[in-house]
Design a protein around this ligand. Structure first.
Ligand code: S3P
Length: 463
């Protein structure tokens, strides 16, 4: 047995926190912004885009590897500074097979980018989880633009893209699902269109692509965004036949990942005596729905010094043990702003007083696993009464006592899903007895520092 404090990550026994969570936790830089920095950087002519603090997360490294296979120039210099340039024409292959691993963002954004790449034929594939995820949501609008995209069973990866240019502009297209990946893929394709495109996002999903394109070309941005009350937005995209021309040579500094930070914030709220600081966390309002929900639960959270990096707001986050969390209602309109935080918010709800209700979670079924069913099973495995109200509402009946442990023969199942694995590990810190989990290997998908940080708060491994 071990408690996950060494590198062994299969069949893990997690001991409760041995000490309060105190001090600072530095989480990796934002995964979503990293993907976009690499992909938009691949459009930037020399001297290129300089990015500081690229994340070591597996998903991010996957995007970097795919771009390298496309001839993109990616060089790491001292102090973790990366320089990214468009591929010199001589280095662009005519065919490529790109392994997108576990990363939906990599695959979907690259579909949009490659649809408008003339003379390039690509196959995009990934691991078993990615090959089960829906891709028609991206392929269909790309086909409206004249892109040549075929899917396995007309639904999933492997995806075959035969690039052509120009694509037909999207005169007016409303994104039908709350997905920033779909929206971003269309913005990337629209850069290679024969005229301006108008893309409507009624859901207010994360807007990192829009912000980064505006930051890269402040004088004449490729996108203009109208933001409306309630979160919806209209994005006008001007095509960019020769790639993106960066005006300033300022490095792009990527803020800390708010999704990774929320795991530690919730851990601090649940473990008695804790008080944690999380410096320089991305605090884009499209990503901070979890903070609002936790505050409504009565959580002792404060945001300290604020700054802006690469067009993205960030702030120091602080969280303190809160013994009397209250149940909460989360409405469907809030879900895009906290979609990746549901498993750990459910853990917080399980420790709160009363029944919490999270409505409108249909998209969770299309994540790295069926995260809706996975979250219910995880909570039940910890002795919490949780249920699914059809079709997509999660009910969590909280109790203000620590979670129970479980037996090693029936470990919590994480389905290779990093967010479920980290939610389980956070709950285990606040449990009254050891918690057994099938694996924590998936944590490196988004936060390769997670297990090491956890070691600070538990007893040394017990075998
Ligand atoms: C992401 C968008 C979301 C999110 C994912 C990252 C992005 O997915 O769940 O972790 O970087 O655009 P969807 O677009 O499928 O909602």
């Amino acid at each position: 047995m071990n408690d996950g404090t060494n590198e062994q990550t299969q069949g893990v026994t997690l001991n409760p926190a041995a000490v309060p969570l105190r001090g600072s936790v530095h989480v990796p830089s934002d995964k979503s912004i990293n993907h976009r920095a690499l992909i938009l950087g691949s459009l930037v002519a020399p001297p290129g885009l300089v990015v500081t603090g690229l994340s070591e997360a597996k998903d991010v490294r996957t995007t970097a590897a795919c771009l390298r296979a496309l001839g993109v120039f990616l060089r790491e210099s001292a102090h973790n500074e990366w320089c990214i340039n468009a591929s010199p024409p001589a280095c662009v292959p005519s065919h490529a097979t790109l392994d997108c691993g576990n990363s939906g963002t990599t695959l979907r954004l690259l579909m949009g980018l490659l649809a408008g790449r003339e003379h390039l034929i690509c196959t995009l594939t990934g691991d078993a989880s990615l090959r089960r995820r829906p891709m028609r949501r991206v392929a269909e609008p790309l086909r409206h633009m004249g892109a040549q995209v075929t899917l396995h069973d007309d639904e999933m990866a492997p995806v075959h893209v035969q690039g052509r240019r120009p694509l037909a502009a999207l005169r007016e297209y409303t994104v039908p699902v709350p997905s920033a990946q779909v929206k971003s893929a269309l913005i990337l394709a629209a850069l290679a269109a024969d005229g301006p495109s108008r893309i409507l996002d009624p859901f207010g999903t994360r807007d990192h692509t829009e912000r980064m394109l505006s930051w890269l070309e402040p004088a004449k941005p490729a996108v203009r965004v109208e933001r409306h009350d309630g979160g919806s937005e209209i994005i006008q995209v001007e095509p960019r036949p020769q790639g993106v021309h960066v005006a300033a040579s300022m490095p792009l500094v990527v803020p800390g990942d708010p999704s990774a930070a929320t795991f530690w914030l919730v851990a601090a709220l649940l473990v008695p005596g804790s008080e944690l600081a999380l410096p320089r966390i991305g605090s884009n309002p499209r990503r901070t729905g979890a903070l609002e929900v936790l505050r409504r639960m009565g959580a002792e959270i404060t945001l300290g010094e604020r700054a802006e990096h690469g067009g993205e707001p960030c702030a120091d986050w602080h969280g303190r043990y809160t013994p009397s969390l209250q149940a909460v209602e989360v409405s469907p309109v809030e879900v895009p702003t906290l979609v990746d935080e549901i498993p750990v918010l459910a853990v917080a709800a399980a420790a709160a007083d009363g029944t919490s209700r999270f409505a409108g979670l249909a998209e969770l079924r299309h994540k790295e696993s069926d995260r809706l069913l996975g979250t219910v099973a995880l909570l039940r495995g910890l002795g919490v009464h949780a249920e699914l109200e059809p079709p997509d509402t999660l009910l969590v009946h909280g109790r203000a006592t620590p979670f129970s442990g479980n037996v090693p023969t029936d470990p919590l199942r994480t389905h290779g899903d990093h967010r479920l694995a980290m939610a389980a590990a956070v709950a285990a810190l606040a449990a009254e007895a050891p918690v057994h989990v099938d694996s924590l290997a998936s944590t490196s998908i988004s936060d390769p520092t997670f297990l090491k940080t956890r070691e600070r708060f538990v007893l040394p491994h017990d075998s």
